[in-house]
Design a protein around this ligand. Structure first.
Ligand SMILES: [Zn+2]
Length: 188
C-alpha cells in the first residue's frame, strides 16, 4: 500500500514536471542562441573583371571558388564605375599578379600560358590567391593551387588545398597580423 502511494505520488510529480520541462526547453532555445557569438563578417573585396576580355567567366569562376573555399573574405564583382580592390586584365604576357596591400592589386590573365594550354580557371584562382596573400609554392603538385604552372598543363585543379585555405583564413581573420604582400610583381 505504501509503495503504491509512493508510485502514484512520483507519477503525479512527473506529470506536473513534464510540461514545466517542456516550457523551459523551448524558452532556452532563443536565449541560448543569443549567447552564441555571431560569426565574424567576411571582409568584402570587390573585383573588376571588365578588362579581362575572353577570360571574364573564368575570372568569375575563380572568385566563386575562393568564396566557396573560405569564410573570412568574400570576392564580389564591383559595381559599374566603382573603384575595385582588385583589377583583372587580359594581356598577351605570362599570367601574373601585382599585389598591393592585402586584398588589393592587379591580376593579369596572360594569353601566353593560355595558348600553351594552361587552364584559365586555375590561372584565375591562382592569381587571385596572390592578392589574398599567398606566395607561389613551386614546384608543387596539382593538389596545390599555388604550385601554379609547375604542376603542368594537364593540371586543371582550380581549388586551394587545406593549407592554402587556412592561410587565407588567417590572413583575413580579425586578429591577423599577417604582413601585407610585398608590392612586387609575382610572375605566374
Ligand atoms: Zn603565382
Amino acid at each position: 500500500m505504501h509503495v503504491r502511494t509512493l508510485t502514484g505520488g512520483l507519477a503525479a510529480t512527473l506529470l506536473m514536471s513534464l510540461p514545466l520541462l517542456g516550457g523551459q526547453a523551448s524558452a532556452a532555445g532563443p536565449s541560448g542562441g543569443s549567447t552564441v557569438p555571431a560569426a565574424a563578417a567576411a571582409r568584402i573585396l570587390t573585383y573588376d573583371a571588365s578588362g579581362s576580355a575572353e577570360f571574364k567567366s573564368a575570372v568569375d569562376r575563380g572568385a566563386a571558388i575562393w568564396n566557396e573555399s573560405v569564410d573570412s573574405v568574400e570576392l564580389r564583382p564591383a559595381a559599374s564605375g566603382q573603384r575595385a580592390n582588385i583589377r583583372v586584365l587580359a594581356d598577351n604576357g605570362w599570367p601574373r599578379a601585382l599585389p598591393g596591400s592585402l586584398g588589393n592589386g592587379t591580376v593579369y590573365i596572360g594569353r601566353q600560358a593560355v595558348n600553351q594550354g594552361y587552364n584559365t580557371v586555375r590561372i584565375s584562382s591562382h592569381e587571385l590567391g596572390h592578392i589574398l596573400g599567398l606566395p607561389d609554392r613551386k614546384p608543387g603538385p596539382c593538389s596545390s593551387l599555388m604550385s601554379g604552372s609547375s604542376a603542368g598543363v594537364p593540371c586543371t585543379n582550380p581549388y586551394p588545398n587545406a593549407a592554402e585555405k587556412a592561410e587565407v583564413e588567417g590572413n583575413f581573420s580579425a586578429t591577423s597580423r599577417a604582413p601585407a604582400p610585398r608590392p612586387v610583381l609575382v610572375g605566374d
